[in-house]
Design a protein around this ligand. Structure first.
Ligand SMILES: CCCCCCCCCCCCC[C@@H](O)CC(=O)SCCNC(=O)CCNC(=O)[C@H](O)C(C)(C)COP(=O)(O)OP(=O)(O)OC[C@H]1O[C@@H](n2cnc3c(N)ncnc32)[C@H](O)[C@@H]1OP(=O)(O)O
Length: 358
C-alpha cells in the first residue's frame, strides 16, 4: 500500500475552518494539531483505490488544538476552531496554495456573506432565547410607574437647577444666601419621593444596588432635613447653594437617562454624561456636604438641639456634634462605597457597549 495525498476542499466562517478530505470508507484515522499544523493520516478509498493517505497543513493564523471530525462513506469532514474570530485571507501559512487543496464550493462564502449568515444566526438565537424567557404580565405597569417616577424627579430637579442658574445670573452671589427659602420645598418633595429608590431595588423593580441607593438617599436626606431643615442658622449659608446645585446637576441627566431606558431608547451623549459627570460632581458634593456638617457643629453645640440627656453621674448631656463627627467619617466611607459602585457601573456600561459595537 503506498502513501498518497488526498484531495482536500476547504471553506471558512469567522470562527471555524471546514476541511473535506476526499477519501471514502476511511479507517485508522489519526488527525491532530501540533504547533498550528494539522497532521492527517488514514486509510481509505481514493482516486487510486485503497491506500494510505497523509497530508499536513500549517494554518495562516492560530487555531485551537481540539478538532472535530466525522467520516462518512464518501469523505472525512474536519472542523477546526480559529483562536480568534476573524476572516483569513487564505488557509495556509505558505503563500502558494498546495496542489491538493481547493475551495469547497458547497460551503464557500465570502466574508460579507458569512457576516450576513452570522447576523441571521444571532437573530434566530435571540428570538429563541427571548421566547424561552417567561413574559412578565406586569411589565407595562412597572415601566409606566418607573417612567412617571423618573419624569416627576426630572421635572423637580430641572426646576431646581434652572431656578438656581437664573437667580445666579440675575442676583450673582446674593442668590447664595436665600437658596434654601426659594428651593427647599421642591427639594423636600424630590428627596422624600427619592425614598422609593431604596424600595425599587428591594422589591426587584430595578437592578440598582440596595446599599448604594440607601447611602445616597439617606445621606442626602440627613443633610437636607437635619442639617439644613432643622437649623435656621444654616439656611442662609452659601453652602446650601453648592449642595443643592451639585445634587441637581447630576439628576437632570440621571432621570432622563432612566426615562429613556424605560422606553427602550438610548441617547449616547446622555448615557455618557450619566456615567461620567459624577466623577467630578461626587467628590465636590461630598466636600460641600462635609462643609455643611462642619459649619453646623458649633450651632448644635450652642443650641444643644438634638443633644442626648445623660444620667447625672455621666454629665448633663451628650452633644449631637459627636454624632456629626461620626457622620463625617461615615460620609467618607459612603463616598468610597458609592464611588467604587459608580465606577463599576460605568465600566460595565461602556464594556457592554463596546462589545455590542464590535
Ligand atoms: C442617617 C444615616 C445615613 C447613612 C449614610 C451614611 C453615609 C453618607 C454618605 C453620603 C453620600 C451621599 C453623597 C451624595 O449625596 C452627594 C451627591 O449626590 S453629589 C452629586 C453627584 N452624585 C452622583 O453622581 C450620584 C448620583 N446617584 C446615583 O447614581 C444613584 O443614586 C446610585 C444608587 C449611586 C447609583 O445608581 P444605580 O444603581 O441606579 O446605577 P445605574 O444608573 O447604573 O442603574 C442600574 C440599573 O437600574 C436601572 N434603574 C435604576 N434606577 C432606575 C429608575 N429609577 N428607573 C428605571 N431604571 C432604573 C438602570 O437603568 C440600570 O439598568 P441596566 O443595568 O439595565 O442598565
Amino acid at each position: 500500500m503506498q502513501t498518497l495525498t488526498p484531495r482536500v476542499f476547504w471553506a471558512q466562517r469567522h470562527g471555524d475552518v471546514y476541511l473535506r478530505v476526499e477519501i471514502s470508507d476511511a479507517k485508522n484515522l489519526d488527525i491532530s494539531i501540533q504547533e498550528n499544523i494539522l497532521h492527517f493520516r488514514g486509510q481509505g478509498h481514493g482516486a487510486k483505490g485503497e491506500n494510505e493517505y497523509e497530508f499536513n497543513l500549517e494554518f495562516l493564523k492560530p487555531v485551537k488544538s481540539e478538532i472535530k471530525h466525522k467520516s462518512t462513506q464518501r469523505q472525512v469532514n474536519i472542523t477546526v476552531r480559529k483562536l480568534e474570530r476573524c476572516w483569513w485571507g487564505r488557509l495556509t501559512m505558505q503563500e502558494r496554495k498546495p496542489g491538493f487543496l481547493a475551495p469547497d464550493f458547497d460551503r464557500w462564502l465570502d466574508e460579507s456573506d458569512a457576516e450576513m449568515e452570522l447576523k441571521k444566526e444571532e437573530e434566530i438565537n435571540k428570538v429563541t432565547f427571548e421566547s424561552r424567557i417567561p413574559k412578565d404580565r406586569y411589565l407595562g405597569l412597572k415601566k409606566g410607574y418607573l417612567f412617571t417616577y423618573n419624569l416627576v424627579q426630572f421635572l423637580g430637579f430641572s426646576w431646581v437647577f434652572v431656578n438656581m442658574t437664573v437667580r445666579l445670573f440675575i442676583l450673582g452671589q446674593d442668590s447664595f444666601y436665600d437658596t434654601f427659602h426659594t428651593i427647599a420645598d421642591v427639594m423636600y418633595f424630590c428627596q422624600m419621593l427619592a425614598i422609593v429608590e431604596m424600595i425599587n431595588p428591594a422589591v426587584g423593580l430595578v437592578r440598582t444596588g440596595l446599599i448604594p441607593a440607601f447611602i445616597q438617599v439617606m445621606g442626602r436626606n440627613f443633610i437636607l432635613f437635619v442639617i439644613f431643615g432643622s437649623l435656621d442658622d444654616m439656611q442662609n449659608k452659601p453652602v446650601v447653594f453648592f449642595v443643592f446645585y451639585l445634587w441637581s446637576s447630576i439628576e437632570i441627566f440621571r432621570y432622563p437617562f432612566y426615562m429613556l431606558a424605560c422606553i427602550g431608547t438610548e441617547w449616547k451623549l446622555l448615557t455618557w454624561l450619566r456615567y461620567t459627570i459624577w466623577i467630578p460632581l461626587y467628590p465636590l458634593g461630598i466636600l460641600a456636604e462635609a462643609v455643611a456638617v462642619i459649619q453646623s457643629i458649633p450651632i448644635f453645640n450652642e443650641t444643644k438641639f438634638l443633644s442626648i440627656r445623660l444620667p447625672e453621674a455621666l454629665g448633663s448631656s451628650l452633644s449631637f456634634s459627636y454624632i456629626l463627627q461620626l457622620y463625617l467619617l461615615l460620609m467618607f466611607l459612603g463616598m468610597f462605597i458609592n464611588f467604587r459602585y459608580l465606577y463599576k457601573q460605568r465600566s460595565r456600561r461602556f464594556r457592554t457597549k463596546k462589545r455590542k459595537s464590535n
